[in-house]
Design a protein around this ligand. Structure first.
Ligand code: ADE
Length: 251
């Protein structure tokens, strides 16, 4: 996949491109990332890329010409980062990860000339708050898309993570068993993967219900899910059976 990011602040991407999973994905050629400085495209004799709005008022607005000229030869799917856009989510990340090429265009200062909108495919926001520019938003989008690409991370890491099927991820633990009085749930030591999977599913359901009722309402609950949610006894009985070396068969 190719991602081109159009920005007035290319240096902001130095850390993003040279660390961790993104760096590895680039060196493994999972993704090719190009950072384009919009300023290089200005035809203004003073090199300006932004001017005050014609209506008057505070701030500087990014002009059409440098942006439109910068993106005009890009055949990818073009996204203008804007607080006015549709809110980004994991489904959108998955849809973008299927594209061969995307362009992320970062607005800055007080806004972008309205007429730029017709040169892009979509406006996207990363949330209902205003950033000083689209750079951080474009990194968030690029990051979430790149990690979905084949070869960026191990695929098993993607299977049970948050937002798959509108469920949050289940809690994970590391050694020691007892950290300042907070213990790892015993069931995770059972070695019985079926039981552990069921426990994890229950935790996903419970956590989603508690922290993201908006997502929870979208889940199509199976009979087993309802049982997991309603019967804490279920896991206790299973655990008791395991401890006695027996198999617990729910009915
Ligand atoms: N630019 C400024 N705020 C933004 C946001 N929330 N999402 C995307 N781009 C932005």
């Amino acid at each position: 996949m190719k991602i081109t990011i159009y920005t007035l602040f290319p240096k902001m991407f130095d850390g993003f491109l040279t660390n961790s999973i993104i760096k590895r994905a680039i060196s493994k050629k999972v993704v090719q990332i190009k950072i384009v400085n919009i300023r290089d495209y200005t035809k203004d004799k003073y090199g300006r890329v932004d001017t005050p709005p014609v209506s008057g008022g505070a701030g500087l607005i990014m002009k059409c010409q440098p942006i439109v000229d910068a993106i005009k030869n890009n055949n990818g799917y073009k996204i203008l980062l804007s607080p006015r856009g549709k809110t980004f989510n994991e489904d959108k990340a998955k849809a973008l990860a299927k594209k061969k090429e995307i362009a992320l265009i970062c607005g800055h200062y007080e806004g972008v000339d309205e007429r730029v909108n017709k040169y892009v495919d979509e406006l996207v926001s990363i949330g209902d708050y205003v950033l000083t520019g689209g750079e951080i938003a474009s990194m968030a989008i690029a990051d979430s898309v790149i990690r979905l690409l084949k070869g960026a991370i191990t695929n098993t890491s993607l299977d049970n993570e948050s937002f798959n099927d509108n469920l949050l991820e289940y809690p994970q633990y590391t050694e020691p068993y007892n950290y300042k009085g907070a213990k790892v749930p015993d069931v995770l030591y059972s070695g019985n993967h079926k039981v552990i999977d069921r426990y994890n599913r229950k935790m996903q359901l419970k956590l989603t219900k508690k922290y993201r009722p908006d997502l929870f309402r979208k889940i199509k609950l199976s009979k087993e899910d309802l049982r997991l949610l309603n019967e804490d006894e279920y896991t206790k009985l299973e655990l008791a059976a395991i401890k006695k070396g027996k198999k617990y068969i729910p009915h």
